[in-house]
Write a protein that binds this ligand. Structure first.
Ligand SMILES: *Cc1c(COP(=O)(O)O)cnc(C)c1O
Length: 414
């Protein structure tokens, strides 16, 4: 970047608008989808299991269940963990609302805990304070979010959760390929299931891996895995060993006919609990698998872009960044805090740079205000919201485009 610092931004030109994030579809991706469309299956074909397997390998979990989208994945996690009316679940206010909403879908109560003002992640000390303030058994679970792609220290959260018998759902939508370093110095990849009971991902086009709409749940827990498979498809089981109805009933035996089989008939299945249709399609998984092959490449480029931004902003007093180690950060977003955020946002837009704000604190959404949440409840999150802005961050962002962005920001403040 330094080589260009002498160039005034008016001399730089870029092609077209620069969004804060965008998908990257290659000819290979298109070919993979085309092949799926020409095959025998549009949905429930072999590409779903293939995608699940390669995704589980990628994050290092035992199991993966592909879901229609990340929000549905969160809903199924909450159902699988038996969230019910009156249950209290702790999450961060600086996240996409779906992280909290999944608790509400099941009638549970969302309890927000403030963020750490330096990492922007759910502050474990705030969570501990909540847990210590009420008798054990008051809370049922925690939903930490790997916000912006920075991995939560789940080892620490697991320790705390175990003390209070809580489950953990890791919202890893921002962080496939991200990791934190545990107390033994080992890389712990987001969604690897070593600490969280369940983890979820989204394949919305703005995330690392795009499948159109799409999501994934990863886990190392076989029981939860099997529950999720059922919940994804109406609560239906096709596993004979689980059947609750009798063989006589299943075959439709009449009083006069004698039972001439030991097996449940091929057509038979049982709806054993109330599930949903949260399936993903085969051609979406074809796209997901094809994209997954380039995931490491994408993260590498994201880290390079982040390094460039870091170098430029290090010396700038008008910028405060997400502090701490860069190691393991998956950089779904590159977030900074600035004064006069609105002014910068509008100035960038005038130059076709579409920065974005992540996020409006969830507890102050009108929906959550009805439960009593109000301004002042989460001072770190609220203060962060006044200053935060997400700058363009996606693998196909060129050096020239990034220079253009950086120069426009410098122009605005100088
Ligand atoms: C995108 C996202 C979701 C929801 O995913 P969808 O696939 O859009 O439903 C949930 N949580 C976070 C943190 C997200 O960024």
């Amino acid at each position: 970047m330094n080589k260009k610092e002498t160039v005034h931004s008016s001399q730089l030109t870029v092609d077209g608008p620069i969004p804060y994030g965008r998908q990257h579809i290659t000819d290979e991706d298109i070919q993979a989808v085309t092949e799926a469309l020409k095959s025998d299956y549009l949905t429930q074909g072999p590409r779903i299991a293939e995608f699940e397997e390669s995704f589980a390998n990628y994050v290092g979990s035992k199991y993966a269940v592909a879901i229609s989208n990340g929000t549905a994945a969160l809903h199924l996690c909450a159902l699988a963990l038996n969230v019910k009316e009156g249950d209290k679940v702790i999450t961060t206010p600086i996240t996409f609302a779906a992280s909290a909403n999944c608790v509400r879908y099941c009638g549970g109560e969302v309890v927000f805990a403030d963020i750490d003002p330096d990492t922007y992640l759910l502050d474990i000390n705030k969570v501990r304070e909540l847990l210590e303030s009420l008798p054990k058994g008051t809370y049922q679970g925690i939903i930490p979010v790997d916000f912006a792609g920075r991995a939560v220290d789940l080892e620490a959260f697991r320790k705390l959760a175990d003390k209070y018998d809580l489950w953990i759902i890791e919202d890893a939508c921002h962080a496939p390929g991200g990791y934190f370093i545990d107390s033994k110095g080992t890389k712990q990849f987001c969604g690897n299931g070593n600490f969280a009971d369940l983890a979820i991902f989204s394949f919305h086009p703005v995330k690392h891996i795009a499948s159109g709409e799409g999501g994934m749940i990863t886990t190392n827990d076989k029981e939860l895995y099997e529950k999720l498979l059922k919940l994804r498809t109406h609560g239906i089981s096709k596993n004979e060993s689980e059947y609750k109805n009798s063989l006589e009933f299943a075959v439709g035996a009449t009083q006069n006919s004698k039972l001439n089989t030991q097996n449940y008939p091929n057509w038979y299945m049982e709806m054993q609990e109330l599930g949903y249709n949260y399936r993903i399609t085969d051609f979406q998984c074809a796209l997901g698998s094809s994209q997954l092959k380039r995931a490491d490449e994408g993260i590498e480029r994201r880290r390079e872009i982040a390094k460039n931004y870091n170098e430029v902003f290090e010396s700038k007093e008008f910028v405060k960044g997400q502090s701490g180690v860069v190691d393991g950060h998956a950089y779904h977003l590159y977030v900074i805090e600035v004064e006069d955020r609105l002014g910068l946002y509008n100035y960038l837009r005038e130059h076709s740079i579409y920065a974005q704000i992540h996020y409006i604190p969830c507890h102050l959404m009108p929906y959550y205000r009805q439960f009593g949440w109000k301004e002042g409840d989460m001072s770190n999150a609220e203060n962060y919201y006044k200053h935060c802005i997400s700058l363009p961050m996606y693998p196909t962002l060129t050096d020239e485009q990034q220079d253009f962005v950086v120069n426009k920001i410098n122009d605005y403040y100088e």
